[in-house]
Design a protein around this ligand. Structure first.
Ligand SMILES: [Zn+2]
Length: 375
């Protein structure tokens, strides 16, 4: 017999005893029932009140979304099985935005590229406005020859803009638009990556869209990186400028169109994507060899090549981390918050872009001193 059945039997016995012993028991029983009903009604009214109160509290205090493990993730979020915990999934946009100040496995991915973006924004502003203090701070990357030495144009913003849009000639100094195209491409890549890592946990459609923007950003950064070196090195031979810049632009458009396919955004195509980006980067070897031959006697050649070799090292090492997912594959779960491959890849991308920036400043310096006639 279950305890429930036992209790029912006892109550039955008690009530039959009561009926037999007292004539007023029927009335008492009815009163008891009424009382029980009243208590039930009051408690149900209390329940409704409590529920309303709770609802109000929920509205006033937004729910704090919890982090989850890899196994709890919806399928579209499963990308790296070596990162085991601290995932966000299906979070509202506001919650995802404020998670930039919380610890989860994307926090450092967001910050590494956001800091990179701010750095490149600062460099762009410093170059546009020619702030001497900022230039001094970044002495390593600053130009040694002021533009005025060549142009005798005052250094206010408007003249800089006019200067940037001027056509290159030995009398006029250098054209600056390819330099700013590179800076804009880098900023676009770093910002789109930041946004992708922050918001891709919101929903599957947004995740797919942001991943495509992220890949378009990487491609844009690679294409725009080619503009300054090819423009300045082959400044005196527009035929090669056209061939190389046209070639890399066509490759970039092909890459973006290919990566628009949602299937290619999945984790199984990680190596394919890396190969696509790396082959675009490695395409640079052809104009680099050509440029070395053309500028064999140039005193700045070795310095430029050193910067570009540093860039290639940073980018290729970064791609290596991206593909192999080292170190988290060695110890899954150990690098969830800090130190996993994607964070290392992000830092190396920023360092590679800075090395390329250094190389471009050397080229600008050279082009400011030597026009086509004295090449
Ligand atoms: Zn990333």
């Amino acid at each position: 017999m279950s305890p429930k059945e036992g209790g029912a039997l006892a109550r039955k016995r008690y009530s039959s005893k009561q009926t037999a012993s007292s004539p007023t028991s029927a009335k008492q029983e009815e009163e008891m029932k009424n009382h029980q009903n009243l208590v039930r009604n009051i408690s149900s009214a209390d329940n409704i009140k409590n529920k309303r109160k709770k609802k109000k509290q929920n509205k006033a205090k937004p729910k704090r979304y919890g982090l989850m493990s890899y196994w709890e993730l919806p399928e579209y979020m499963k990308d790296n099985e070596f990162i085991l915990n601290y995932y966000r999934a299906d979070w509202p946009l506001a919650e995802a935005f404020f998670s930039v100040f919380r610890w989860h496995n994307e926090t450092l991915n967001v910050w590494t590229h956001f800091i990179g973006f701010v750095l490149f924004l600062g460099l762009t502003m410093a170059n546009l406005l020619e702030v001497p203090q900022v230039a001094d701070l970044l002495a390593f990357f600053s130009r040694s020859t002021p533009i005025s030495a060549v142009t005798n144009v005052s250094h206010d913003f408007i003249s800089d803009m006019e200067f940037a849009s001027s056509v290159a000639s030995p009398e006029m100094g250098v054209t600056y638009w390819p330099f700013y195209v590179f800076l804009a491409g880098s900023m676009f890549c770093l910002l789109s990556s930041t946004i992708c890592h922050l918001f891709s946990c919101h929903s599957h459609p947004l995740n797919l869209m942001l991943l495509r923007i992220d890949y378009a950003g990487i491609t844009t950064m690679i294409i725009t990186s080619f503009f300054p070196p090819i423009y300045y090195i082959f400044q005196c031979d527009s035929r090669w400028q056209f061939i190389y810049l046209g070639g890399i632009t066509v490759m970039g458009i092909f890459t973006i169109v290919t990566l628009l396919s949602p299937k290619l955004s999945s984790s199984e195509f990680r190596t394919f994507r890396a190969l696509l980006f790396a082959s675009m980067g490695l395409f640079g070897i052809i104009p680099a060899i050509h440029a070395s031959v053309v500028n064999w006697g140039n005193p700045k050649r070795n310095l430029t090549l050193m910067f570009e070799a540093a860039m290639a090292f940073f980018y290729l090492t970064g791609t290596g981390f991206y593909v192999t997912r080292i170190p988290e594959r060695w110890r899954p779960g150990w690098f969830d918050l800090a130190g996993h491959s994607h964070q290392i890849f992000h830092v190396l991308v920023v360092l590679g872009a800075l090395a390329h920036y250094g190389a471009i400043l050397v080229m600008l310096d050279w082009r400011n001193s030597f026009g086509c006639d004295s090449n």
